[in-house]
Design a protein around this ligand. Structure first.
Ligand code: DP6
Length: 359
């Protein structure tokens, strides 16, 4: 695995002070990443829609200091110091320090906030890690003016992946693939790449309304979750199936076949949960209201011929996906028939977005 290209060659021009702010999106996988080996290498390729409204905004202030042997940082979340988030970030810096050795020369002050409520059950690790990675790459670009935009995005995705696998898919948009795959030119286990084929107009501005069924802490952390795939009786089949599904999805995204899209996306979501139900220890992460919503979506589709469908993360919330041209009717359906299954009737309207933005 060639990681050498991510180690900077020269660190001559360290700047004294710098500050960068990045807005980075969350993403929703269509073909899921579930199962990994060290260091953050996925067992199968995955593909996701980059989101837009669900994002993290992070500012990092860098101030030159005497060289230390550990990355020195303060962390503020929504304006307040956040000690409980620090171990995860410290572990992230530890993993990336060989690729960003200049970090030892700075004191970092990290200020972060999410556009979605913290207790919404929406994972913030993807957008959060991506934001830090972009800020680090902005600093690296000041130190080394020769870096191309392409390299910056590639290395940002590489770094973000080391923080959280799915974060590798939160740098670019509208559709990103992470993981080596014969159908994906340039695809890599080390970083996400933009899906480079022509995307059918059916998927333009595709909508994702996130129904907040359960706003609590995740029942199963992603580390525990991915580990469930070790010695899982169906693991090998699942990894092969995901890679096959990715190939199918790549065709669907080009030919615009929404019926096949719906079938594949829903099957992926239920398979992810099936893996959790059939692992040991076993988990049911859906709630009764998750199933109520799924059944209502199926009924609505049958009655109206709508192309609305659902997908799930490793939790109870439901992502409702639909073409932009159905926006009015589906939002009305959500309001009338689905919002009652959400905590405090709460849902978030989002759509496919274009990736990280420097503010
Ligand atoms: C179910 O990226 O959160 O959302 O690499 O351990 O941080 P770590 O895991 P994480 O796993 C995401 C799993 C998923 C599916 C997906 O996004 O592909």
């Amino acid at each position: 695995m060639n990681t050498a290209e991510f180690i900077p060659k020269s660190l001559d021009k360290l700047v004294e002070k710098a500050s960068f702010t990045w807005q980075t999106p969350s993403n929703i996988a269509l073909v899921k990443y579930w199962g990994k080996s060290n260091p953050q290498i996925p067992k199968n390729a995955s593909i996701s829609f980059t989101l837009d409204n669900c994002h993290t905004i992070t500012t990092i202030d860098f101030e030159r200091r005497e060289k230390s042997n550990e990355v020195d940082f303060d962390l503020f979340f929504e304006g307040k110091p956040k000690e409980e988030f620090k171990p995860k970030i410290r572990a992230f810096f530890k993993r990336i320090e060989q690729y960003c050795p200049y970090l030892f020369d700075y004191k970092l002050t990290i200020n972060s906030e999410n556009s979605f409520p913290h207790s919404s059950g929406i994972a913030s690790s993807a957008s959060g890690m991506a934001a830090i990675a972009m800020c680090l790459m902005s600093l690296e670009a000041e130190i080394n003016a020769d870096l191309s935009k392409e390299f910056i995005n590639k290395k940002a995705s590489f770094l973000a992946r080391l923080g959280s696998g799915s974060a590798s898919r939160s740098i670019e948009g509208p559709i990103v693939v992470w993981g080596k795959h014969p159908e994906i030119k340039g695809g890599s286990d080390l970083f996400g790449v933009k899906f480079s084929k022509d995307i059918h107009s059916n998927f333009k501005n595709y909508q994702d309304t996130i129904l907040l069924v359960d706003k609590g802490e995740k029942q199963v952390s992603s580390t525990v979750g991915h580990n469930l795939m070790i010695n899982h009786p169906y693991a090998e089949n699942r990894f092969n199936q995901a890679n096959d599904n990715l190939e199918k999805m790549a065709s669907i995204l080009q030919n615009g076949d929404l019926d096949t899209f719906i079938n594949l996306v829903e099957s992926e979501a239920l398979t992810l949960h099936a893996m959790m139900m059939t692992s040991n220890p076993y988990f049911i992460l859906m709630k009764p209201n998750t199933l109520e919503i799924i059944n209502k979506i199926w009924e609505f589709r049958q009655e109206t011929n709508s192309k609305v469908c659902f997908t799930l993360d490793a939790g109870a919330n439901v992502h409702v996906l639909y073409p932009e041209k159905e926006k009015e009717s589906v939002v009305q359906f959500i309001d009338n028939q689905l919002s009652k299954f959400c905590q405090k009737n709460h849902y978030i309207c989002d759509q496919v977005g274009l990736g990280a933005k420097r503010l």
